[in-house]
Each structure stands twice: as structure tokens, then as C-alpha cells.
Design a protein around this ligand. Structure first.
Ligand code: SF4
Length: 619
């Protein structure tokens, strides 16, 4: 095997415009080796390592098609619009790259035509529809991102997006000029295809069985933000039935004049049975009316198939009815091995969910043994110094491992504050003490902070307690629009303090002074009564293991690493990290949390925080 860097290597010449740092060289070589040997590798690359450029270079020079899959759209954008063009200039030749998003990001030409012909819009929708119509004449991608705020009308967009449910595939008269067909063709000509985990697993879950797969064949896949793999795989290998999904099917069927009145009645009766269900997740009890619903779907499917002009749209409709039947059957029989099911109530939605308890076998079989090279990388993959937890969770049994420390000078850039004498988080005076500590930390950081919670309730309570008397602009998740808008507002507002939960623990990037403190109220253990978490714990217990040590603790450690990782995003960032949960210092497992974090300097003195923030970063 040829070396990657150095004399006689793939990259013999020193790169002119970009100098790779030692840790990037190690990572690039590890990826090159995996690609050459057709083996797997798992790499933890601490923040600031420059891991995207480290894996992209050997991937680009490999010469076979490679997928790069990210956890977030932000990273997908960065790779496609920033890193790949940079590497093009470094290696001095164009790179054939394609960017693919989930199907619902693209316009369906057929649906657009149908909607146009029907013309059923409110006056507000009509204006927006007209803009979309104009745009559709010109766009080369059909990607809603080009529409800016017009594309944000999700109700209107949902009526014309290219989701699989309503797609006619090769039977569509617009198939050849369909944006998805064009995207797929582009991807087939590309050396690098940038996707996200959702699209990757949506494709993997239906691959072989379905013409709707949109990814081309690939010889290697690089998963960035690989700490998300278990969660995304769980979602896509699961079954999800809801009143919304049934209603959409009935709506589409009626438009085609298919007789679905019996389905409509059976569905209404079935979902009305959950009218008194509280918000949240509940075990699946009796499912009154499920037999009638399955029966009605069967009948509807047969009658659709009897249609004289059965083809195209009817075929798709019959397929959807069949899928609903077989997924409902999973809940009726309740005996799907390795799955746990529950019912969830969210607003007016009733969701029947069944998810795999353990995805390791599925991933080992469908992914790691099928694809010659898989690279898993992230800043948070190890617990202590070990990859064992992540390897076991995702079935990554074979393959080398490499751990690269952060390139930041964490001892100079950050100070980890663990307040002394905090009461247990369940103690009645915890809230007051935590509020006091948050005030003191914010004084030292002059606001400019994320205060991250493990539950909405705790976030709301603390926001109510503090926002009135803090001398900084306070924002709370869920009040001022979506995540990206809130984040923009936070960046633009001097000394802002943001109170947020789970979705801000990862994938959020605020460089510079705007984020000078990250405060975490509780160690982010999963809720033990959540049906999926409980089923996973029970499985470990049954197999003779210790769920707390093998599952809950390592899972919370990785989440904590993610949360604290929000603070330092560049070599010039600095600030305070704080964990208000006393278990990190009082419980025996607290040591493992501390050992898994980067080598932060730890303090229990508020004065030290003030001193640290008032001093400039030593050069
Ligand atoms: S192939 Fe599917 S997504 Fe594309 S235009 Fe036709 S129906 Fe729409």
C-alpha cells in the first residue's frame, strides 16, 4: 500500500495553499489506509482538529465514489460549499461532487402541475404559489432552500414536495426531468456525494426492495458526527403510524376518487380511542378497532387494484395502503422480535411507534459487512479512553481506531466550574441554589451564555425565575421561532443568554465572544421510564449486564461532552463551562465523566471565574 503523504506517496508534493497539521496528517493517513485496505476505521477527532479536510483529501484522491454523511445540514453545507472548493484549489483540479438532501426538500413537478390545474388556494397561498411557479421554470435543482422565506410555508410546500409516499417513480410522465432523477444522475457522475444521516438511513432502510432509493452505489461511506448513528438508525428501522399519516392517505385517495370511506370511518374510530391519552409516551395497551382498520385498508387496496385504469397514481396508492396494513400488523401482533412499541400523544397527533431495541445487528449486517469501507468520526465517541460503548451500540465490530485530542489549548481557553456544596438536584432548595450560581456565572461572563437543561419544565422554571432580574437579554427555546432563527438572534444580540434544551446540546456553532459560557444544569441521563430506554436497559439486564454502567452512564457522558463542546469552536474562543449537578463530584461514576472530558482546568471558586474572564488569553 502506498503511503498517503511523503516521498512516493499519493501526495508526494507538499500542498501549496494548505498546510496539514500533524493530527490531520494522522487522520488523513488512517482514512487512506482504510480506503486502500477496504477496512473500517473509527476516529475520535477533538474539536479544532480540522477533521473534515483530513478525511476529504484521501477520499477525493481515492478515485472511487464515496459518500460523506453528516448529522446536520450545517455541516453538509460547510463541506459542499466551503471545504470541497478549498480542496479543489489546493489539489489544482475540479472535483466532481454532488449534494443530496432528503426527498421532501425537492419540488415534485407532477404535484405542482396538479395543484396548478386545481387552483385551490387561499389568497396568501396564491401569491406564494405564483412565486414557486415562476421559480420552477428556472431552477436547476428544485431545492426549496433556493426559495428563501417562500419555501418556509411548510403547509403549502408539503403539498408539492417529492416525498416517496406519493411518487410514481419510473411511471411518472415527468420522470426524466424530475429533480430527483437529475440529482441522482449528478450523484452517479460524482466522486464525492454529500448526504446526511437521515437521507442515508432512509435509503438504506428501503434499499434493494424499492425503486425509490435515491443514492447511487458507493464503495465507501464516511460518517461525520457519527455519535448520532444509533438514534438515526433507530428511527429509520422503526415503524411509525399516526392519525396524520392515515389522514394524508385518505385525502390523496379521495382526490383520485378511490373509495376509502370505510377506511376513513375505521381510522376515525381507531384514533378516537386515544382521545383521553395524556401528552407523552405510553405503553401500547388494547388497540380497539385495529382489526377493522386493517380490514378496511385491505378492502380499499383490492378495490383500487380493480380500477380499470390501474397504474401510476393508483399503484402508488395501493402500495401505500399495503404498507399501512403491514405496519399496523406489527402493532396488532405485538411480537416483533427486538422491537419495543409505544403510543405517543403530541398535540392533536397520535403516534404508534415501534423501534428496534438494538440496532447493532442490523447495522453490522446491512452496513458494515456490505460496504467495504466505513469511516466513523466525531468529536465525541470515547468514554474514558475507550470506543467500546459506541462500537457495541452500532455493531462496529471490526476496524481500527484512532483518537486525536483537541487542537485547542483547553487549559488556557476554558475553565470548568463545579460549584461547591450544591444540594442534590431533587432537593427542594436546588432550584434557588442553581439560580444563584447561574447569576454569579453570568456576571463573570457578562451574559453571553447558553444555559442548557435536560427537560423543558426545568428550562421554563429557570427562565421564569431568572429572566426578570438578569441585566442581559434573555431568550428561551420555543418562544421566538425555530432553532436557526433563535440562534441568529442570539448571535446578533450583545450579551444574550439563551435557555435551551436537547436540540442545542449538539450541532450548534457559535464562534467568538457571543458564547462565553455554557452552563449545564443536570448530567444528561436519559429518562429511564422512556419505553425505548427502558427496553434497552432491560435487554442489557437480561443478558447479565449492568444497564447503568454499560448504557446510562456512557450515554450521558457522550451527551455531556457534546454540550460542553459548544463553548470552544476556534483557537481564539475562551470561556466558562459549568456543571451544576453535584453528582459529577459526589458519585463514584462522576470520575468517569471527568476522565472523559478534555483536560479542562477545574475550579470551585466564582472569584476565579471573574479573574479568568477579565484576563486576556495568554499568547
Ligand atoms: S418522479 Fe415522483 S417526485 Fe418526480 S415528478 Fe414524478 S411523481 Fe414527482
Amino acid at each position: 500500500m502506498r503511503d498517503f503523504f511523503g516521498p512516493g506517496g499519493v501526495l508526494e508534493q507538499r500542498l501549496e495553499d494548505y498546510e496539514y497539521r500533524p493530527s490531520q496528517v494522522r487522520m488523513a493517513e488512517a482514512v487512506h489506509r482504510a480506503l486502500e485496505e477496504q477496512s473500517h476505521v473509527i476516529i475520535e477527532a477533538g474539536t479544532g482538529t480540522g477533521k473534515t479536510l483530513a478525511y476529504l483529501l484521501p477520499a477525493l484522491l481515492h478515485g472511487r465514489r464515496i459518500l460523506v454523511s453528516t448529522g446536520t445540514k450545517t455541516l453538509q453545507d460547510q463541506i459542499f460549499y466551503k471545504d470541497i472548493p478549498l480542496l479543489e484549489s489546493v489539489i489544482g483540479r475540479p472535483i466532481r461532487a454532488a449534494y443530496l438532501k432528503g426527498r421532501n426538500n425537492y419540488l415534485c413537478r407532477l404535484k405542482l402541475e396538479t395543484l396548478h390545474a386545481e387552483g385551490l388556494f387561499s389568497s396568501r397561498e396564491l401569491r406564494r404559489f405564483q412565486s414557486i411557479l415562476d421559480w420552477a421554470q428556472e431552477t436547476e435543482t428544485g431545492d426549496r432552500a433556493e426559495l428563501g422565506s417562500v419555501g418556509e410555508d411548510s403547509d403549502l410546500w408539503a403539498r408539492m414536495d417529492a416525498r416517496r409516499d406519493r411518487c410514481l417513480g419510473t411511471k411518472c410522465k415527468d420522470y426524466d426531468r424530475c429533480f430527483l432523477t437529475l440529482m441522482r444522475q449528478k450523484a452517479m457522475e460524482a466522486d464525492i456525494v454529500v448526504v446526511n444521516h437521515h437521507l442515508f438511513f432512509a435509503d438504506l432502510a428501503i434499499r434493494k426492495s424499492d425503486v425509490a432509493a435515491i443514492l447511487p452505489d458507493y464503495s465507501a461511506v464516511i460518517f461525520d458526527e457519527a455519535h448520532d448513528l444509533e438514534d438515526v438508525a433507530t428511527e429509520y428501522f422503526g415503524f411509525h403510524i399516526s392519525n396524520y399519516r392515515l389522514a394524508e392517505f385518505i385525502h390523496d385517495a379521495r382526490k383520485l376518487e378511490a373509495d376509502v370511506e370505510v377506511v376513513s370511518q375505521a381510522s376515525e374510530k381507531f384514533f378516537n380511542g386515544f382521545a383521553l391519552l395524556r401528552e407523552g409516551r405510553h405503553p401500547v395497551g388494547r388497540l380497539d378497532g385495529i382489526d377493522s382498520l386493517i380490514g378496511a385498508l385491505q378492502e380499499a387496496r383490492h378495490s383500487i387494484k380493480q380500477k380499470k385504469d390501474f397504474s401510476g397514481e393508483y399503484e402508488t396508492l395501493a402500495r401505500r395502503a399495503g404498507e399501512l396494513e403491514s405496519e399496523l400488523e406489527v402493532f396488532r401482533s405485538g411480537d416483533l422480535e427486538n422491537y419495543v412499541s409505544w403510543i405517543e400523544r403530541r398535540d392533536r397527533g397520535v403516534f404508534l411507534e415501534a423501534c428496534p431495541i438494538d440496532v447493532s445487528g442490523m447495522l453490522a449486517e446491512r452496513l458494515f459487512t456490505r460496504v467495504p469501507t466505513c469511516v466513523l468520526t466525531s468529536a465525541t465517541l470515547t468514554v474514558g479512553d475507550s470506543f467500546d460503548y459506541v462500537r457495541a451500540r452500532v455493531g462496529f465490530n471490526e476496524g481500527r481506531e484512532l483518537s486525536l485530542a483537541t487542537e485547542f489549548d483547553v487549559r488556557k481557553q476554558a475553565l470548568l466550574y463545579i460549584p461547591p456544596g450544591m444540594p442534590d438536584y431533587r432537593h427542594p432548595c436546588y432550584l434557588d441554589r442553581a439560580a444563584e450560581e447561574i447569576r454569579a456565572i453570568l456576571r463573570a461572563s457578562h451574559g453571553r451564555a447558553f444555559v442548557l437543561f435536560t427537560s423543558y419544565r426545568q428550562m421554563e422554571t429557570m427562565f421564569q425565575t431568572l429572566s426578570g432580574d438578569l441585566p442581559y437579554p434573555c431568550m428561551v427555546q420555543g418562544k421566538a421561532g425555530g432553532k436557526s432563527r433563535l440562534l441568529e438572534e442570539f448571535k446578533m444580540t450583545p450579551n444574550a443568554v439563551l435557555f435551551a434544551t436537547a436540540s442545542f446540546w449538539q450541532g450548534v456553532d457559535v464562534k467568538g465572544e457571543a458564547l462565553s459560557a455554557v452552563i449545564i444544569d443536570k448530567l444528561p441521563f436519559q429518562v429511564p421510564t422512556d419505553p425505548l430506554v427502558a427496553a434497552r436497559s432491560a435487554r442489557i439486564q437480561r443478558e447479565g449486564g449492568n444497564p447503568f454502567a454499560q448504557y446510562h452512564v456512557p450515554n450521558a457522558i457522550l451527551r455531556l461532552k457534546q454540550g460542553l463542546g459548544r463553548l470552544l469552536r476556534s483557537t481564539t474562543d475562551r470561556g466558562i463551562l459549568a456543571v451544576l449537578d453535584n453528582r459529577i463530584s459526589t458519585k463514584p461514576y462522576g470520575r468517569l465523566f471527568m476522565e472523559s472530558l478534555p483536560d479542562y482546568e477545574v475550579t470551585d471558586s466564582v472569584e476565579k471565574l471573574v479573574e479568568f474572564m477579565d484576563n486576556k488569553l495568554p499568547s
